[in-house]
Design a protein. Structure first.
Length: 372
């Protein structure tokens, strides 16, 4: 059975969550570093990871890693990789990538070199000079960071955060993968009440419901590698059937979601229906200060508006004061609040018990954690 090195990129700050997910699938991680986790697996691992991972952004086959300060070094490093093991004579293999703090700073130039190197290798193996590229898509990706080149094949296609339930969103939506990472950090396992009082288009409560019911995030969508071979097509079918068997639709769960914007709540309900979890979430239109919070031990997990997202910093400061007044009345409830506002604790009125640096896109944020 072919052994592969698989790399899964993720948001900075969520690597530990992703590594735990991968181990839960039965695979040992070989590298956990900033923004990615690598593990060894086989073709089945590709299907299982794409269907089941809640935190990662995509699943990549790691083809090569080497130093490249010149175009010649980049060309030779790429050419040495065993591309013929994956890319057939008729496959399409476009190239994309990035370069950060590297001598080879021109991404278009690097794309051209990588493409030529792959064509050179395949041409030598297949004895042909021209590739029509009309078959299955096998996108080649490269990453250059401080002159270290890593070359991949993408097995996912559309990124994993695109679960398929969010047809459209409200302003500044939170990615599904980051929402799940926030939920994981709370250590909520579906056994306590859960609330989001700034639910927006519903991403956090929907991800909470999917998790609590053990519904695989990728079971309703397709992946580019499903079209590669009949073997992979069958492995994806098996992965979805196994995921369906593992669901726990009868598990008791209490999830509450509210927002002051009626249009946002309406959209959140529509998204929850598409995800198949609307009956597990209690939606309500109301201001945060009027949200009917539970009195027994539970969790609040929210991504409120902040200066760079939806409101100016002065308005968000007023909101945080109201949050502090409201939330601190509930001593048995853990509070987890994501914001980029540097003075959040000052306006909230209490220092966090712990905070975790996370990135919402390119925006540095902190998840402020209050354990009671």
């Amino acid at each position: 059975m072919t052994r592969l090195l698989l790399t899964v990129p993720t948001f900075f700050g969520t690597e530990a969550t992703l590594a735990h997910e991968i181990r839960s699938l039965g695979y040992e991680t070989s590298e956990v570093t900033d923004g990615r986790v690598t593990f060894e697996g086989d073709m089945e691992a590709i299907a299982l990871a794409n269907v089941n991972l809640r935190c990662g952004e995509r699943v990549l086959i790691k083809m090569a890693e080497f130093k490249a300060k010149t175009f010649e070094e980049l060309f030779e490093g790429v050419r040495k990789a065993p591309w013929e093991n994956f890319i057939g004579k008729n496959c399409a293999f476009p190239v994309k990538g990035s370069s950060v703090s590297s001598t080879l700073s021109s991404v278009p130039a690097c794309q051209s070199i990588v493409k030529k190197a792959v064509v050179k290798r395949l041409g030598e193996k297949y004895g042909i000079e021209f590739f029509e590229e009309t078959g299955p898509m096998m996108r080649v990706q490269f990453s250059l960071f401080k002159d270290n080149a890593v070359i991949y094949i993408d097995t996912t296609g559309e990124p994993l955060y695109k679960r398929g339930y969010r047809a459209k969103g409200v302003a500044a939506p939170l990615r599904e993968t980051l929402a799940y990472s926030m939920i994981d950090i709370t250590r909520w396992r579906g056994d306590r009440p859960f609330a989001d009082v700034f639910c927006g288009s519903g991403t956090i409560p929907i991800e909470a419901a999917l998790y609590a019911k053990n519904i695989a995030p990728g079971k309703k969508r397709t992946f580019v590698s499903e079209k590669w071979t009949e073997e992979l097509k069958g492995l994806y079918k098996d992965a979805r059937e196994e995921a369906l068997e593992n669901e726990t639709p009868d598990a008791p769960v209490r999830i509450y979601a509210s927002d002051i914007d009626p249009a946002a709540v309406k959209l959140a309900i529509e998204n929850a229906k598409r995800a198949g979890v609307e009956k597990f979430i209690n939606f309500k239109v109301c201001d945060m200060k009027d949200a009917p919070l539970f009195t027994d031990k539970g969790v609040i997990c929210s991504n409120p508006p902040y200066g760079e997202r939806l409101m100016d910093k002065k308005s968000s400061a007023i909101l945080y004061r109201k949050m502090g007044e409201k939330f601190q009345k509930f001593e048995n409830i853990g509070k987890y609040i994501l914001t980029s506002h540097e003075e959040f604790e000052k306006f909230y009125g209490k220092n966090a018990d712990k905070k975790r640096k996370l990135y919402n896109g390119m925006l540095k944020c902190y998840l402020y954690q209050y354990f009671k």
